[in-house]
Design a binder for this molecule. Structure first.
Ligand SMILES: NC(=O)c1ccc[n+]([C@@H]2O[C@H](COP(=O)([O-])OP(=O)(O)OC[C@H]3O[C@@H](n4cnc5c(N)ncnc54)[C@H](OP(=O)(O)O)[C@@H]3O)[C@@H](O)[C@H]2O)c1
Length: 318
């Protein structure tokens, strides 16, 4: 039987917004402690990862693709302690330390998660780094699978130094995929550390990619959303070999697949376990671009929107 003590009772602190707009619509608000439904657990959040999705949802840019009910609390990945479990949950019990994706509500003291989307947090993995893993890992794993990227392939990744790119490069290296990654010059040494060949984006990109891969590229992942789909199709030789996670409008226009917004839960566990395997082997690189208190969520989103991250931004929940 589920233990839902405190549910709906004590107010909990969160950062939310009642209207779409700039970072100034974000407010400290009080919400009810959420009750876990069947198959769910309530987590006392210790850290919440910040993703570009958060500011895109807040600004109203994604109302067509990713609708939310206002007032809304964003935040799609957390690390924390299981506090209570809903009906039918046998895998977790109060006190378990976990990380995983949530359907929003992560910028808060408490969040509800589907029990089967979580994995156990290794004791040696800090809260902030744990919260930085779920979305990037799942997206990276899904992208490699949907692209059909295989050992021996050359994969071009636009926007390789961000959260998704950071994990994708490591998963790709483990699978024997050769990666050419685009980033600004300041991130080139970082991409090399992750086993990729860096190239600068901007004018002349096609020539630089051809020079780096005289045999051509087999697959392209667009994680930059910077109008690169026609060029990507040209380089890959086939729109089927290109995937974007960042340009859903361009995808429609250029006959390229977009992934995101659909049910992605099937990839969570393999992706999280893949990242934790790297951690256990001492091989996980996941820098925290910034670590801020929950109260500074507006600054975190502003930095995320500027779009030049190395690794991830994480909010620490008091
Ligand atoms: N569809 C999905 O399921 C899904 C899931 C997760 C994320 N996403 C989307 O995927 C994108 C990447 O996410 P993320 O979390 O990795 O973002 P992020 O951590 O904010 O990283 C963005 C990266 O893009 C690079 N960049 C900026 N302008 C660029 C350009 N013109 N060409 C190439 N790279 C450029 C930056 O590198 P430099 O500093 O070196 O410029 C930065 O490292 C975002 O648009 C996000 O919304 C989609």
């Amino acid at each position: 039987m589920g233990n839902t003590s405190n549910a709906g009772a004590l107010p909990a602190k969160a950062i939310g917004f009642a209207e779409y707009g700039g970072t100034d619509v974000l407010r400290s608000i009080e919400v009810e402690v959420p009750a876990p439904g069947p198959g769910q657990v309530r987590i006392a959040v210790r850290a919440a990862g910040v993703n570009p999705l958060d500011h895109k949802v807040r600004s109203g840019a994604l109302t067509g693709l990713f609708p939310v009910t206002l007032p809304a609390v964003v935040g799609y990945e957390v690390a924390g302690v299981v506090e209570s479990v809903g009906a039918g949950v046998t895998e977790w019990r109060p006190g378990d330390e976990v990380l995983g994706a949530v359907h929003g509500g992560g910028y808060a003291q408490y969040a509800v998660a589907e029990a089967d989307r979580l994995v156990r947090k290794p004791a040696a993995l800090g809260w902030a780094r744990a919260a930085a893993i779920p979305v990037a890992a799942e997206t990276a794993w899904r992208s490699l699978d949907l692209l059909g990227a295989e050992s021996g392939h050359t994969l071009l990744v636009h926007g390789a130094a961000g959260g998704v790119g950071t994990l994708l490069l490591q998963f790709a290296r483990a699978r024997g995929i050769r990666v050419i990654g685009t980033a600004s010059e300041t991130n080139h040494a970082y991409l090399r550390e992750l086993g990729a060949l860096p190239v600068a984006y901007g004018e002349g990109l096609a020539e630089r990619v051809r020079a780096a891969a005289p045999g051509g590229v087999d697959r392209v992942l667009d994680a930059a959303g910077a109008g690169l789909l026609p060029l990507s199709v040209e380089l890959a030789g086939d729109a089927e070999h290109v995937l974007t996670i960042a340009d859903w409008q361009g995808a429609e226009q250029h006959g390229v697949r977009f992934t995101g917004g659909e049910a992605t839960a099937t990839y969570d566990r393999p992706a999280l376990n893949g990242a934790l395997d790297l951690f256990e082997a001492g091989d996980l690189t996941l820098p925290l671009h910034r670590e801020l208190p929950l109260a500074e969520a507006a600054e975190a989103q502003a930095e995320s929107a500027r779009g030049h991250l190395r690794g991830k931004i994480v909010l620490i929940v008091p």
